[in-house]
Design a binder for this molecule. Structure first.
Ligand code: PLP
Length: 358
């Protein structure tokens, strides 16, 4: 029962087969091969837009490079206070932005609104001693498992463009958000004003393949040099491209994400049926955040379930975790089997039944 994250499993079969196919023979190195070119064209088709695409090996690299191209060294980039870019990347975005800073804003469910961002922008002094805001970064899916609707992204996009800020989307779980919304990649990104996207694929079936996808040509100018300086121009680049070829073929990526989201729904529905358990945030993609009695938490751990306890920072107003409760995060993936979920649910139900009988 491992629900620690969606990167605890290996790659999906379709991705591995594509890797094996691309492994044979010789091809130009450093992304100059035909497979990389084909995958870049595929991104343009999928997004229905001319895009500059830079394939990298980690989400941290994608975020750091995307933000470095959007924010000058004296600039400020706004994000949610719990965003991966500010909290979980060891300062990589600020390192690659060469002095620029991230400023975290609060928001229930890990989400920012046009109103909260606008209020923050209004509060910043415009004197030369203040770093000027240059970009906003949002996570789709958020760190609390919630999803921005296209309308919400559009409102942030309009605000950014009215205020001369670039809009970055950290799409580590892009496919999970997309299938949950049932919209097109275009409707979730550039049509709403997203300038640059960190497109995640590792968590949803790749071995290690992510991409910086640039919709605004202004931001693509030096990204090839930045990518090389970050050590992310992979010498056997065709093997990154091959993963994405397998990922996109026959809508494999969408099927993987739909499976993960379905498993999350099953898990969430099963958990809320256990008396004493409720959800901190709605389950909108592949992450479930239940607040469980501590006795249930202890029983799950004793049964060998892996998951993380979670922070309460972004709980909605009025929602509290009691002293006998624990807020936990359970993540499912393209590879999660229904059995694993049923096992966890039976442990939770049994623990709750013992608690009720005490
Ligand atoms: C929201 C978010 N962004 C980015 C990443 C990518 O990070 P990594 O550098 O581990 O690939 C993650 C992974 O946990 C994430 O959850």
């Amino acid at each position: 029962m491992n629900f620690a994250s969606d990167n605890i499993v290996g790659a999906s079969n379709a991705v591995m087969q594509a890797l094996v196919r691309a492994n044979a023979g010789a091809m130009p190195a450093y992304g100059q091969d035909a497979l990389t070119a084909a995958v870049k064209r595929r991104f343009a088709e999928i997004f229905e837009h001319d895009v500059a695409v830079f394939l990298v090996a980690t989400g941290t690299a994608a975020n750091a490079l995307a933000l470095a191209s959007a924010v000058p060294p004296w600039g400020l980039c706004l994000c949610h206070e719990e965003a991966h870019v500010i909290d979980d990347e060891c300062g990589a975005p600020e390192f690659f932005m060469h002095g620029a800073k991230l400023k975290g804003l609060p928001g229930a469910g890990g989400k920012l609104t046009a109103e909260s961002v606008s209020a923050c922008l209004d509060s910043l002094p415009s004197a030369v001693k203040q770093m000027p805001p240059k970009a906003l970064s949002i996570s789709q899916v958020t760190e609390c498992g919630m999803i921005y609707t296209p309308a919400e992204i559009g409102a942030l996009g309009k605000l950014c463009h009215d205020r001369s800020l670039f809009l970055h989307m950290d799409g580590a779980r892009f496919a999970n958000a997309l299938v949950s919304l049932g919209c097109t990649p275009a409707e979730m990104t550039w049509k709403q004003g997203v300038d640059i996207l960190s497109f995640g694929a590792t968590k949803n079936g790749c071995l290690m393949a992510e991409a910086v996808v640039v919709f605004n040509p202004l931001l693509a100018e030096a990204l090839d040099y930045r990518t090389k300086r970050a050590g992310q121009v992979i010498s056997k680049g065709r093997l990154i491209a091959a993963q994405l070829e397998g990922y996109f073929a026959e809508d494999h990526w969408l099927a993987n994400a739909a499976h993960a989201n379905r498993m999350a729904r099953l898990l969430a529905d099963g958990l809320v049926a256990v008396p004493g358990t409720r959800l901190a945030w709605p389950t909108e993609a592949n992450e479930v955040f239940p607040i469980v009695p501590k006795a249930v938490h202890r029983a799950l751990q004793a049964a060998g379930a892996h998951y993380h306890s979670w922070t309460q920072v972004s709980l909605p107003a009025g929602q509290n975790v009691g002293p006998d409760e624990e807020l936990i995060r359970l993540v499912v993936s393209f590879a999660t089997a229904e059995d694993e979920i049923q096992n966890l649910l039976s442990v939770a139900r049994a623990a709750q039944a013992r608690l009720a009988a005490e």
